[in-house]
Design a protein around this ligand. Structure first.
Ligand SMILES: [Zn+2]
Length: 163
């Protein structure tokens, strides 16, 4: 039966450790925090595979262990869950019912780290594409985005960068 979302405004000190997540919300959270092989990533992989590109998975020698790595093209694809990585879409902007400050801080840390990873990769002359979970709903549009990204010319190596 549907549980009415008793969302008390911030500052409700009562019910200390109340479990307010429904089981479906909980399983969504579990899926979101599992690092590998989440649904969106599988979708991206299968599209890229069908487009005929070869790639490696989770390169541990690169910042942020990018999900898909195309070394010969010097390109990486990162697949981000909208909630944890704070996408600008509806889901990315949603707030949890409890422990608002805690989860917000955690998500902000993730976002800060994402930005650092992106900057580091780009400085090392990698082209980076971030694919958001919500983009995976439209496989057709997503495959166009991926194709455009993967067929773009390699970046010119900047003379100022050392490595
Ligand atoms: Zn999104």
């Amino acid at each position: 039966m549907p549980r009415s979302s008793a969302r008390s405004p911030a500052g409700g000190e009562g019910r200390a450790v109340a479990d307010t997540l429904t089981s479906s919300q909980r399983s969504k959270c579990m899926a979101a925090i599992r690092g590998k092989d989440t649904q969106p990533e599988l979708i991206v992989r299968s599209i890229v595979h069908r487009l005929g590109f070869r790639f490696r998975l989770h390169a541990t020698d690169l910042p942020g262990k990018p999900d898909l790595v195309f070394r010969s093209r010097r390109a990486v694809v990162l697949v981000h869950g909208c909630y944890w990585h704070m996408h600008t879409c509806k889901r990315g902007r949603s707030t949890p019912a409890t422990n608002v400050a805690f989860w917000r801080a955690k998500r902000l840390r993730t976002r800060t780290r994402d930005r650092q990873i992106l900057a580091t990769l780009r400085r090392a002359n990698w082209r980076v594409l971030v694919v958001w979970e919500c983009q995976c709903r439209d496989a057709m549009a997503l495959s166009e985005v991926l194709l455009t990204f993967l067929t773009a010319p390699k970046p010119q190596h900047r003379k100022s960068t050392r490595d």
